[in-house]
Design a protein around this ligand. Structure first.
Ligand SMILES: C[S@@+](CC[C@H](N)C(=O)[O-])C[C@H]1O[C@@H](n2cnc3c(N)ncnc32)[C@H](O)[C@@H]1O
Length: 490
């Protein structure tokens, strides 16, 4: 890309017949307004002799506005191919991309000052709404919401530099990326921008009365002292299943399963150090397939932890009542296993909480602000816990209203961490989850009046966990037992 003097550029004569009188063209006028506001965001494409192949409208708009220079990209096509390319480029331009439509909507909003609270009977507002609604009809609301979200994240990334934000959006649009992949890419870039690669740096992102969440690499928990917690309950990333956007420091995307096990064992041995001798560790992990073959991840992990001296005392099968069936050459896995490890055989184990259960033939699924009593709760004394898979639709909608796009889909149902919390801890004890995710363990812990420490390396998930946990806390009185505060604990 090069900046050239506008005087050097030559529109191709064929462009005139394609565009007609630009000054009568509404789109041209809004393009001019946009260039006036933010400059030319997309470079023109020109031949080496400065004939314009693509961007003639931008050229005229810039010229009419008195701009002296403009960005161009040189194309290698020969002079006799120019006409053909101008027509192709023109046709492509006519099919507006979602980003272009979104841009036009934003321009209309600015031009007519369409903001909340304006008198809807004002003729300018009426005209603006009409123009905007015509454009909105061209795509679904979901498309514009994704773009709005991407724009917001880019704005965060580029500290409100509007011109840069649009440049980035156009760049991805020119690469013919779908709106969904634009949103995913921007989200990943934003997350990565907030990461600290240096594992010695720990950010204490959230400190509330009942819980703390640290942004850190779970492999190095040096900021948590030995013998601090009563329970570790965690669901680590499963091998080769998801991308949690944090690049190399995330677990689960290692080249080999052996490397993955090695890293996971490092995390869990760190957790064991942070556990009291009487504490328990529950690990919820499922096997992974490679080329249609199971890798035996749980088996390998169990053996590796036993080799390090941890003792496996039980396995609880979590049966999913409403799995999503996918066609394939094997039955759908509808269960996962939760492995209960301990450091010593003096581990705490409680069964009295069971007597509080009122079986009413129904199971509740962790609604916010409801009773803390274990009413309608499930029983897993036969080593089998039956639940529905986590349903986060309500939470996601609530988050959306608060401006958060909740995209973490690997959450556990609320009941699962309760298995460990109820059977191995008491009110005022401290629970740790080194793979916090959206804080399901934390939610279960604070709802049972336990303290919680979470660790995750994705700051966005931490932010969303905070919203989730605070939503729960809002409806409740603070912890009764003041024998231990989390500030003393951590
Ligand atoms: C399966 S999810 C946990 C979901 C959680 N149990 C819930 O219900 O919300 C795994 C989490 O581990 C985090 N993670 C992956 N590698 C990590 C690492 N090295 N250090 C800290 N967190 C990591 C990911 O960002 C992701 O949020």
């Amino acid at each position: 890309m090069k900046k050239v003097s506008i005087g050097l550029l030559r529109p191709n004569p064929i462009s005139f017949s394609l565009y007609g009188d630009l000054n009568q063209d509404e789109n041209f006028l809004s393009l001019k307004t946009s260039i006036q506001l933010e400059g030319v965001l997309e470079p023109l494409v020109v031949t080496k002799d400065y004939y314009i192949i693509s961007g003639v409208r931008r050229f005229y708009a810039a010229k009419q506005l008195g701009l002296q220079e403009i960005d161009v990209i040189f194309s290698l096509i020969s002079q006799d191919q120019v006409d053909e390319y101008v027509v192709i480029s023109h046709q492509q331009q006519r099919v507006k991309s979602s980003v272009q439509i979104f841009r036009e909507i934003e321009i209309i909003r600015k031009k007519y000052d369409l903001k909340q609270g304006r008198n809807q009977k004002n003729p300018l507002v009426i005209q603006g709404n009409k123009e905007r609604d015509e454009l909105i009809k061209l795509r679904s609301t979901g498309t514009f919401n994704r773009l709005k979200d991407s724009k917001k994240m880019l704005s965060d990334l580029y500290k409100g530099d509007e011109a840069q934000v649009w440049k980035e959006l156009y760049k991805m649009d020119n690469q013919r990326k779908s709106v969904l992949s634009i949103q995913k890419e921007v989200r990943k870039r934003l997350t990565q921008s907030k990461l600290t690669k240096d594992t010695t740096i720990v950010k204490e992102l959230v400190t509330e009365n009942l819980y703390k969440i640290f942004q850190a690499n779970a492999m190095k928990l040096f900021f948590l002292e030995d013998g601090l917690v009563d329970l570790v309950f965690t669901s680590p990333p499963y091998y080769c299943l998801r991308d949690y956007e944090t690049g190399e420091i995330q677990l689960g995307n290692e080249k080999t399963v052996e490397e993955f096990i090695e890293n996971l064992v490092k995390v869990l041995i760190e957790c064991a150090r942070v556990m009291k001798n009487s504490a328990s560790m529950f690990i919820n992990i499922m096997d992974s397939y490679k080329d249609g073959v199971l890798l035996n991840v749980p088996g390998k992990l169990k053996q590796a932890l036993m080799d390090k001296g941890l003792m496996l005392v039980s396995e609880i099968v979590w049966v999913k009542e409403n799995p999503l069936y996918i066609k394939g050459k094997r039955p759908q896995p509808c269960y996962e296993v939760i492995y209960h490890f301990v450091k010593t055989l003096d581990y705490k184990y409680y069964t009295d909480w069971m007597s509080d259960v009122e079986f009413e033939g129904q199971v509740t699924y962790g609604d916010f602000g409801k009773s803390r009593q274990l009413k309608n709760f499930f029983d897993y004394r036969n080593q089998v816990a039956n639940t529905n898979v986590a349903n986060n639709v309500k939470l996601a909608n609530l988050m959306k209203k608060m401006g958060y796009d909740m995209d973490h889909s690997a959450t556990m149902p609320f009941e699962i961490p309760n298995i460990g919390i109820l059977s191995t801890t008491q009110v005022g004890d401290t629970v740790l989850d080194p793979f916090n995710g959206l804080g399901t363990t934390g939610l279960a812990a604070i709802s049972q009046d336990r303290y919680y420490i979470g660790v995750d390396n994705n700051p966005r998930y931490i932010e969303q966990s905070k919203v989730r946990l605070n939503l729960f806390e809002e409806g409740h009185t603070k912890l009764q037992t003041e024998s231990q505060t989390i500030n003393q604990a951590a």
